[in-house]
Design a protein around this ligand. Sequence first.
Ligand code: 26V
Length: 795
Amino acid sequence: MDNFATDIKKYLEKIFGNTIDEASERQIYQALMVITRDRLAEKRFESNKKLKESQQKRVYYMSMEFLVGKTLRNNLYNLGYEDEIKHFLAKHGFSLERIYNIEPDPGLGNGGLGRLASCYMDALTSNDYPIMGFSILYEFGIFKQVISDGWQQEYPDNWLDLGRYGLLYRNDEEIEVKFYGNTKEEWSSEGLHIRYEDYTAIKAEPYDLFISGYDSDTVNVLRLWKSKATGGFNMKLFEKGEYSKSLESEAIAESISKLLYPADDNDNGKALRIKQQYFFTSASLQQIVKNHYDTYMTLDNFAEKVVIHINDTHPSMCIPELMRILMDEYEYSWDKAWSITTKTFAYTNHTIMAEALEKWSVDLFQPILPRIYTIIREINNRFCKWCNDIGAAGELDEMSIIHNNVIRMANLCIVSSYSVNGVSMLHTEILKKDTFKSFNRIYPGKFINVTNGIAHRRWLGQANPELTRYLNKLLGVDFIKDLSSIDKLLEYQDDKAVLEDLENIKNIKKLQLAEYIKSSTAIKVDTNSIFDVQIKRLHEYKRQLLNALHIIYLYRMIKFNGLKPYPRTFIFSAKASSGYVMAKNIIKLICSISEIIEADPIVREYIKVVFLEDYRVSLAEKIIPAANVSEQISQAGKEASGTGNMKLMLNGAVTLGTMDGANVEIHNAVGQDNIFIFGLSSEEVEELFKNDYRAIDYYNNNQDIKETIDFMRTLDNGHTNFNYIADYLVSTDPYMCLADFESYKNTQKIVEDTYQDKGKWNKMSLVNIAKSGIFSADRATKEYVEKIWKIEKIK
Ligand code: 26V
C-alpha cells in the first residue's frame, strides 16, 4: 500500500508535472485508474502463469453485453486498498467518493442480461475459476436518458473519454475478420478445399479490462474488440484530394463497434447487428483456437480443454465459425469438426418473448457471411435428415434451423450445444414444456436450470456499507465471503433491538436517496413514507403501466373520495428502447402523474411519484438500499428470472410480485408470510389467453378500473393526452393489466397496512435479507461449474 501512495505521486509527477498537492481531482482519478489497472496486470501475470502450467480446462464467456458498472471502487474494494487510499487522499484534501464519481458507468449493455454477465465474471474470479469474457468495445454504450417535459430523450454516451484508463490495448493480438465476397469449392486429391475470395477484411483490435476478485489471487480478463479498417485510409485518394472518400472505408469499418444496440426487444433485421455479432465471435474464436493450438499443437483435444458459453443467441455465430476454422483452416472433416463443436458449446436462454428470439432472413444473411451461411445450411440439412430417421420429421416446423427462408438462431444453439439452460425454475419449465417442447423430447437431459444470481459484494458490500458493517458485527460471520452464512440473521427475527437497528439503517439509506431525488428532480420526498420501487427496463410485459394505473386510482380516491392512505413515494427508473413508442408513452404518463400530484396540495401529502432519469448500474446502487417495497409485477410466465428482485431482497425490501421468474423461488425461500403475491399464475394466464381474453369486460364490470381509465382520458392538456394508452388497455391489453388490477389493488392495500405495523414489517425485511443467500452469484456460478462446465479452480 505504501507503494500505491508512492505510485500515485510518481504518476502525477511524470504525467502532469504536479505534486499531489497541486493536482486536480481529474488527475488523481486518472492516476488511480492507471495504477489500479497496472496492479491488476501484475497480478494477472502470476495467476496466468499457474493457469498455463496446469493446462486446465477454461471457460470463454461470449456476450454481446457486459454491464460492468464503475470499476474503480470495485477494484480497490476487492484488492483491499479502499480504506487506506481513502485516508491517504484525505490527508491531501481529496475525497475518494468524489473521485469515484468521475468514472463513467461503462454502459456496455441494455439490462439484466448484460449485468448478469458481469456479476458472473466477478463471482468466478473471486472464486478463482479460469474464465475469459469476450465482447465488443462499443465506443458509445447505452444512451444517456434525459427526461424533457416527461419525454425520454437519448444522448450519446461517450464513456471512453474518461473510461479508457482502465483498458489495456493489446495490439500484439490483432485479428482479421472477413465479410462479403464469395466462396469456391475446390476438390483435390486431399479432398474438398474452400477458397474464400473478394472478401472485405476488417481488423479487430483487442482491449483488455481486468476483472478483480475479492480476497482471491485470480485476475481474469474481459476482452473487448474494437473494429478498424485494415489499411487505414486510402493514400491514393488522399493524394488526389478526395479526402472524404479516402476516409470512407475507415468509417465503415469503425461503424461496427461504434455503438451498442440500445434495444432488447428486436433488431428489425439490421445488417449492422449481424456484422457486430460475427465481428466479435470470429475474432474471439480465432483467438481461442490459436491459443489452444499454440499450447497443444493439436485441436483434437479442444473440447476437453475449452468450454464456450453463449449468453443468449447473440454470439451464436461462434458455432459455424468454429466449424469453419476447423474445416477450412485446420482441414478437419465435417464429422470430426462437428464432434468437437457439439462438445464445446453451452447456451443460456434468457427470454421466451417471441420478438426477442433472434431470426435472420437468409436474403440478408447470406451475402454478408456466405461461408457461415453454407455451414448453417449444412447443419440444418443434417439435422433435418436425422429427425427424419428418428421419426421426428413432423416437428420440423418447430425445430428446423432454417424455416421459410429464415434462420432461427435459438434452434441453431440447441442443436449444436451440449447444454441448454434457462435462468429460473419456472422459465426452464416453460422452455421444456412449451417454447422448445419438441427439442426437449428428442434431447432428453439437455435442458437444465440454473437460477440466476447476483454479485452480493457489489450489491450489498459496496452499495450498502452501513448494513454490511452492521451485519458483520452482529453476526460475526464473513457473509461477504460466503453469502449463505447470512441466514444466521434469522436468529434475530424477534429481537426488537436488532429490528430497530435495521430500520434505522434503512432510514439512513432513504435519507441519502431523498437527497439525490431532491437534487435531480427538485421533488422533496418524505423519508417516513413507504419507498416503493420499480426499476428495470421499460417493457409492456414488466407492467410499469399496472403500477401507474394503481397510482391514478389512488390519486382519484384521495382527491375525490377522501381516502387518506399511509404516505408513499413511488419511485421509477427505466430506459425505453429508442423506437418503442408505447414504452415512451408510459414514461410520459408516469411523469405526468408525478407533475399532477406535485401540483396538488392535498394529494401530495399522501403520495408522490418520482421518475429518476438515466437508470444505470450506479443509480441502481443508490436506489436499491433505500427501497421498502420491490415491485416485481410482470405478467406471469414472461420475466425469465429478474435479478433486481434479488438485489432488492438482499437489501431488505419486501417483494410485491406475481408468481413469475425468480419471484417463485424468492417466495419459496422466504415463505408466504414474507412476500406479497398477487395476480394470475402463468397457467392461468395461458388459460385466459386461450379463452380469448377480453379486456373490455374488466373495464365494464369493475367500477375502479372504469373510473381509473376514464380519468386517464381526462389528463389532456391540449398537446398531450393518454387516449392511446387507454384505447390499448380496453382493446388488446396483451399483458393483462386489467385482469390483474383488482388483485394488485387489494394486495397494495395489504402492503400499506402491514407497513404500519413496524414490528411486523421489520421482521419481514429481516427474513428477506436472511434468506437471500441462495441468490448469490457464487451459488449460481458454482452450479454452472458443476453441472455444465466441469472446470477446476486455478491452484
Ligand atoms: C435481446 C435482443 C433482441 C435483439 C436486439 C438486441 C437484443 C438485446 C438483448 C436482448 C436480450 C433480451 C433478453 C434479456 O435481457 N433477458 C433478461 O435476462 C435476465 C438475465 O437472465 C433475466 O433476469 C430477465 O428476466 C430477462 O428478461
